[in-house]
Ligand binder design. Structure first.
Ligand SMILES: [Zn+2]
Length: 176
């Protein structure tokens, strides 16, 4: 959302970098952007699921739940979340919640802070309704929940936190 009234308070403390790593294949990233773009000029949400072992997570599924999309926000119902999780293997964990913003501003809004479905997953915001083609992660808002706040990571930190990997086999579904 672009409304300044929706801007958040500053972080109460700095983000402290961890050794956790999320690997996402280039084709999983491409599938994510294509889903956001298919929505047209409206915000939408996509989710990454996969494995996590000893601090290393690997994206195995890119799922777009049923949702309502508007120019400045999106909504995913509890029923739509359940339908999405229902198609996944039991061992798959939520790794990231992703959504689009209209312009270049990719920080969480107050609304995004409230809407984030899991504080264990990362939260990623793509600009321009998913029409993004820069070098990862430049221009992308990667957020991590830490000590009561959704921190927006700097580019260098975000690049270490989420690594772009070789193509891999992924499950891709769009419930819309
Ligand atoms: Zn948002």
């Amino acid at each position: 959302m672009e409304d300044d009234l929706l801007r958040r308070e500053r972080p109460p403390h700095p983000y402290s970098e961890t050794s956790e790593l999320l690997s996402v294949s280039v084709n999983a990233l491409a599938a994510t952007l294509q889903s956001l773009q298919r929505t047209g000029p409206r915000e939408s949400a996509v989710f990454w699921y996969g494995d996590r072992h000893e601090g290393h997570a690997l994206v195995r599924a890119v799922i777009t739940p049923a949702q309502t999309s508007a120019r400045g926000n999106y909504q995913v119902s509890a029923a739509a979340m359940s339908a999405m999780v229902g198609v996944l293997d039991d061992d798959m964990k939520p790794l990231a919640q992703i959504h689009s913003h209209p312009g270049r501003w990719v920080e969480h809004s107050r609304y995004d802070d409230l809407m984030a479905s899991s504080k264990k997953a990362l939260s990623i915001v793509f600009p321009f309704y998913g029409h993004w083609s820069q070098r990862w992660p430049v221009g992308v808002g990667v957020h991590e929940w830490q000590r009561g706040y959704w921190h927006l990571l700097g580019d260098a930190t975000a690049g270490r936190r989420i690594r772009l990997d070789q193509p891999s086999t992924i499950l891709e579904m769009d419930f819309r």
